[in-house]
Ligand binder design. Structure first.
Ligand SMILES: *[C@@H]1O[C@H](CO)[C@@H](O)[C@H](O)[C@H]1NC(C)=O
Length: 305
């Protein structure tokens, strides 16, 4: 049986996009046979949400997303990247606890979500800490992956406010990494960080003026660059495995060459398999399949998840 001593041992290049992956030095290698069931704790917003209720049926081999029925309740119908990774591009049985919630920001005291009932990242992490982190604790530090894809709504709700948006990105990331630290303190040792895609290219934002689009674009770029720096600092200070899914590069690659990927264009939306956008602010399930493939095969492939 193949053995590997690092959880993330692959440096993946996908059509020019860098999926930066670095290994966590492990004290002991584990055989694949030991990794038949692994756990994934996922946090995020509508790009990730599958409608999971953590107080309902938990992920199990019959429904690896727990509830609702696979692929869950996604924003544009069909599996989103979580479903594709869990059900198709997985290399083990992956029990996925997906705390992501549509509309989520990082922390409501920094950017209030559109509706107070939205579970922001802080709430999602607390749900994990009060639930699966404690009881029933079925996972270990070695077999659990923690992913975070957040920031779209933080920037989407504030890009037009003026002021020092770069400084605000630092505030957002301070709150973000305080939550990452809480996960670490609860035993999380393997992380997948996802940056903010070019939301300025969604059909909805394309209705704004070019100057407004450029403003949002610059803030996203600033956020992503700061996020990369934070990840570097976090992993150099802690003994963790980590990957970065550069969603910004993959969206850009596809949107610059839509027909090459089977999409009719970069700007229309609808329910067919030939639409990149499933609605005016969210990718289609077909686009999510490409994201899931990159994450499952190029980034996590060979790691056990
Ligand atoms: C991937 O997940 C599905 C659904 O849980 C499972 O049936 C399948 O065996 C898994 N694939 C591998 C390679 O473990």
């Amino acid at each position: 049986m193949a053995r590997f001593s690092f959880f993330f041992s692959v440096v993946a290049l996908y059509c020019g996009l860098n999926a930066v992956v670095q290994a966590r030095p492990s004290s002991s290698s584990r055989s694949l046979a030991d990794k038949t069931i692994n756990y994934w704790f996922s946090f995020g917003d509508s790009y990730t949400d599958t409608g999971f209720n953590p107080t309902g049926p938990l992920p199990n081999e019959a429904n690896p997303l727990g509830n609702p029925a696979f692929p869950g309740k996604t924003n544009t119908g069909g599996p989103n990247w979580v479903g594709w990774v869990t059900g198709t591009y997985n290399t083990s049985t992956l029990l996925t606890y997906n705390y992501a919630y549509g509309g989520a920001t990082i922390d409501r005291t920094l950017v209030a979500p559109g509706n107070p009932s939205v579970r922001v990242l802080t709430d999602q992490v607390n749900e994990f800490l009060d639930g699966a982190a404690k009881s029933p604790k079925v996972w270990t530090s070695d077999n659990a992956l923690f992913s975070i894809w957040i920031g779209i709504n933080d920037i989407g709700g504030t890009w037009n406010l003026g002021g020092d948006r770069n400084a605000f990105n630092d505030k957002l990331l301070d709150a973000y990494f305080a939550l990452v630290q809480k996960l670490y303190d609860a035993g999380a040792r393997n992380f997948l960080f996802v940056n903010v895609p070019p939301v300025d290219r969604t059909p909805m934002i394309l209705r704004n003026t070019p100057a407004q689009q450029a403003t949002e674009r610059d803030i996203i770029n600033s956020y992503n660059s700061k996020l990369a720096d934070r990840v570097t600092a976090f992993v150099s200070n802690n003994n963790v495995g980590h990957g970065i899914y550069d969603s910004h590069s993959q969206f850009t690659q596809i949107l610059n060459n839509p027909t090459q990927y089977g999409f009719k264009d970069a700007t229309s939306y609808g329910s067919g398999n030939n639409f990149f956008w499933g609605n005016d602010y969210h990718p289609s399930s077909k686009a999510h399949q490409l994201f899931g493939q990159t994450v499952g095969k190029d980034i996590l492939g060979g790691t056990g998840w």
